[in-house]
Design a protein around this ligand. Structure first.
Ligand SMILES: [Ca+2]
Ligand SMILES: [Ca+2]
Length: 455
């Protein structure tokens, strides 16, 4: 291409770019935050972000963007943005959590420098950090979301769902940190539609409640009850806790808990689930150290885990601790889980299933496909590796192809590894392992707790 053709192309590209910019700006506005104060916009909907003091705060920008037509963008510079306006449990962005009610993009300066917090320290706030209240499309990039706290006696209470963010829309978190948040129904994140995490770390969050009664908690890092899609790419869940610390309580899904009555899709790629802890007391226990997955009705759910690592997670204490890495299955529907090019190692359960406890009480089929993956160093008192546990009439199958099972250790004096022993025979096998014979389908997981659901 000669230089004249090059110049013509450049001019054309420039014209195209200018056209695109004008199309974008015609239907939306960009609001640039310039104060860390927590203030209301003085005139929502006029296209200008200004509080009574003449500044643009995060709350004013969200309030203006909620009211102003178009898909708006908020530029959030480095700084620490702390809630100070009070409006308990409101969903109109008047105070407490920042409420998003329209399509908004929030661009932080980076998760190390742009901090959005409910309080300066963990476990002191009475509000979550942020809420997407309806089916809006929201992108939040380059921020830390921290120190939200919605303590409650009820795991299922609507107002207490989600310590960091409660999402009822289609939310993407890109290059964010979600840390130090707490709620009995989703410590860091609570998803009720679609959520995508890209390059995001969910760490040090917890689900617990302050009831004296036997109330369990669901999802230390994230909890989803959606009939939607959960996409986790190049992200990390670490150091989250599901703490069912009340009498006879359970902690479900320390890293991630998913319970979908309408079927769900969970795609995990290039991500790590490490050192998450599920714990409980009495007749309860920890259920799913990294991930708890449960299809709770006659629907179809699909899980893919690719190029990912699940290690060092644990289900501890209580009498039914189960699934050091994962616990779940189907109590009415069909679940297919494919684990490909991944590692499940060093997970432990105080009672049973060091790696995966998979149940199927339904009439439909349930399948785990394991391809080119390694299960090593997992441990439990009973069943170090995987338990495939169909108690309904549905056929449950674990297919293992080109994978390694090594050094998994059942430490108890009672029943040892059932499926694990069988899987070991297929170490480095290119064949497909058949379903367990009926004689090996034994030891029903404690029924009420393992099937328990939040709402
Ligand atoms: Ca305004
Ligand atoms: Ca709210």
């Amino acid at each position: 291409m000669n230089k004249f053709a090059n110049r013509a192309l450049n001019i054309l590209l420039m014209m195209f770019f200018v056209a695109m910019v004008s199309i974008t700006t015609a239907s939306a506005a960009t609001f640039v935050v310039n104060t860390t104060n927590d203030t209301l916009d003085a005139a929502p909907g006029n296209g200008v972000c200004l509080d009574a003091a003449g500044a643009c705060s995060l709350r004013a920008a969200i309030g203006e963007a909620n009211s102003f037509a178009g898909d708006d963008v908020i530029t959030l510079p480095a700084g620490t943005y702390t809630q100070s306006l009070v409006a308990a449990d409101d969903d109109a962005n008047a105070g407490g959590d920042w409420d998003i009610t329209s399509n908004i993009t929030i661009n932080g300066a980076g998760s190390g420098t742009t901090i959005i917090q409910a309080a300066a320290t963990p476990a002191t706030a009475t509000e979550r950090v942020m809420q997407v209240t309806n089916a809006s499309t929201v992108l939040v990039g380059g921020v830390t979301i921290r120190n939200g706290n919605k303590a409650s006696t009820l795991a299922a209470a609507a107002t207490t769902r989600g310590g960091g963010i409660r999402n009822s829309g289609s939310l993407t978190l890109q290059n964010c940190i979600v840390s130090g948040n707490n709620s009995p129904g989703g410590g860091g994140l609570r998803n009720e539609l679609n959520i995508t995490l890209i390059g995001t770390t969910v760490s040090g969050n917890s689900c617990l409640n302050n009831s004296a009664a036997a109330v369990s908690c669901f999802g230390g890092g994230m909890y989803s009850n959606a009939t939607g899609t959960i996409t986790i790419t190049n992200s990390t869940f670490t150091g989250n806790i599901a703490n069912g610390f009340n009498t006879n309580s359970a902690g479900f899904g320390a890293g991630l808990g998913i319970e979908g009555a309408g079927g769900f899709t969970l795609n995990i790629t290039g991500s790590n689930f490490t050192n998450n802890t599920a714990q409980g007391t009495g007749t309860g226990g920890g259920v799913g150290g990294a991930i708890r997955y449960l299809a709770a009705a006659a629907t179809t759910s699909n899980i893919t885990i690719t190029n990912s690592t699940i290690s060092g997670n644990s289900a501890t204490s209580g009498t039914i601790s189960t699934g050091g890495a994962m616990q779940g299955g189907s109590v009415g529907g069909t679940v297919t889980m494919s684990i490909t090019d991944s590692t499940v190692s060093g997970n432990s359960s105080a009672v049973s299933e060091g790696a995966i406890a998979h149940i199927n009480t339904s009439t439909g089929p349930s399948t785990i496909n394991i391809l080119r993956s390694t299960f090593s160093g997992n441990s439990a008192a009973s069943i170090a590796g995987i338990r495939n546990n169909p108690t309904g009439t549905g056929i449950s199958t674990v297919n293992v192809t080109n994978s390694t099972f090594s050094g998994n250790n059942a430490t108890g004096a009672g029943e040892r590894s059932t499926l694990y022993r069988r899987l070991r025979e297929h170490r480095l096998s290119t064949s497909t392992s058949p379903p367990l014979p009926a004689t090996r389908r034994r030891r029903v997981v404690a029924s009420t707790t393992s099937a328990a659901r939040s709402t």
